[in-house]
Design a protein around this ligand. Structure first.
Ligand SMILES: Cc1cc2nc3c(=O)[nH]c(=O)nc-3n(C[C@H](O)[C@H](O)[C@H](O)COP(=O)(O)OP(=O)(O)OC[C@H]3O[C@@H](n4cnc5c(N)ncnc54)[C@H](O)[C@@H]3O)c2cc1C
Length: 375
């Protein structure tokens, strides 16, 4: 049986590796970009020598032992621990909201035991018993001042929608820490691949039975693939069916690159900009992801803007509106009728997946769906 994997992000790369290394069957990976690795890819910038995450910051974090052990076969990780700062009205605050954020924002010196009562008091001020939209929900959880500063402007920029038009169901809680913990993630394992994501993908796909065809769009070669082949498809599900039920909407990000002739721009990897008036959402400074590497004279930053994805844009975040979810159900029904095509990954399932989710889903998909077909 001929096996084709469409797309070489984490889902495609891991499933191709399993087919080659575990089942011992040749597999062809078809990738439309000039590189493997999908959105998680990184490469060294030739002007600065700094490893850049080309599609925005990617921090590996997981509590899944199987995923961690699998990844450690291909790479070591550094000890990077992600922290995010937010600029609002020219002041810098810690994210997610913690005791330090609250004390600096309100000019208070609350202790851990006082802060929960303080926030509960702020949240109760508008007496919102049944929140009907995202704004009301957020205000009922953390109070209006924190909502206006840290949630409102960022949400408008990220989703291009007024939070009053968004469903209250989008958030079930807003984490407010009553201590000084400023780590963004709380998973057991966290870090950045020591040699970067580009090298990691090369390592995963480095097998005699795997052949990778770059710069090849599946839809350009689809007719030349033998009809009895097994296809593991990680491209967009609506495109596979020629958008017959309509186009699924995505948000995308664009990046403005700046090289600076000094060693440090912002002292941290990611600085969010919360105000609606500032058009970008965040600035990434990649050198801080590798504190273990020798320092450089220059630094490079990517300024990120969020917008609706159009035809030529890379789709980034699925937009979970009722319309999109209804259309997705139709595509899923069509997909279930095909017995030689398996859909997976974030584009194939129209679902935001962290890297560890994509790896875990690929490992499970291999065991539960691919292995039985190979017998
Ligand atoms: C801005 C941003 C930041 C993120 N940060 C993190 C983070 O910090 N930590 C984390 O765990 N996760 C993060 N993620 C999520 C991470 O990017 C995904 O988990 C990962 O990309 C999923 O892998 P995938 O294989 O499903 O999809 P992708 O990586 O998107 O790979 C799909 C591949 O399929 C290819 N393809 C599509 N259509 C075709 C076609 N027609 N023919 C041939 N090839 C095709 C694409 O070119 C692409 O290479 C982030 C995502 C975004 C958008």
């Amino acid at each position: 049986m001929n096996i084709y994997v469409i797309g070489s992000g984490f889902f495609g790369a891991v499933i191709a590796e399993r087919i080659a290394a575990d089942a011992g069957i040749p597999v062809t990976v078809i990738e439309k970009r000039h590189h493997v690795g999908g959105n998680s890819w990184s490469e060294i910038c030739p002007d600065t020598g700094i490893e850049c995450h080309k599609y925005g910051s990617h921090i590996f974090h997981t509590s899944d032992e199987q995923v961690w052990n699998y990844m450690c076969r291909f790479t070591g990780f550094n000890n990077y621990r992600h922290k995010v700062l937010t600029t609002y009205n020219e002041n810098v605050y810690t994210m997610p909201i913690n005791l330090t954020t609250i004390n600096s924002f309100y000019g208070l010196s609350l202790t851990s035991s006082e802060v929960s009562t303080f926030i509960a008091g702020e949240a109760a001020k508008e007496k919102i018993d049944k929140p009907e939209n995202l704004e009301e929900k957020a205000v009922s959880l953390i109070g209006r001042p924190l909502y206006e500063a840290f949630i409102k402007g960022y949400t408008i920029k990220q989703w291009d929608k007024d939070p009053r038009e968004l469903s209250s169901g989008i958030i079930s809680r807003l984490p407010v820490r009553n201590d000084d913990n400023d780590r963004y993630f709380s998973d057991k394992y966290e870090g950045i691949p020591l040699d970067g994501y580009g090298k990691l993908f090369a390592e995963i796909l480095n097998h005699d039975l795997i052949s990778v065809k770059l710069n090849t769009d599946f839809f350009a070669v689809r007719d030349s693939i033998p009809p009895d082949s097994l296809i593991l498809y990680t491209g967009a599900i609506d495109q596979f069916f020629d958008y017959c039920h309509g186009k699924l909407e995505w948000r995308t990000s664009t990046f403005e690159t700046d090289i600076h002739d000094f060693p440090d721009y912002q002292g941290t990897t990611v600085m969010n900009y919360a105000s609606h008036e500032i058009p970008y959402t965040r600035i990434h400074e990649f050198k801080h992801y590798h504190p273990e590497r020798p320092s450089t004279d220059k630094t490079i930053t990517y300024t990120e803007y969020s917008k609706k994805s159009k035809d030529k844009d890379e789709p980034y975040y699925p937009v979970a509106t009722e319309r999109n979810l209804m259309i997705l159900e139709k595509y899923k029904k069509d997909a279930a009728k095909l017995n030689n095509v398996i859909f997976g990954g974030r584009l194939g399932s129209y679902k935001y997946l962290d890297m560890d989710d994509a790896i875990s889903e690929a490992l499970k998909c291999y065991e539960s769906r691919v292995v039985p077909l190979l017998k």
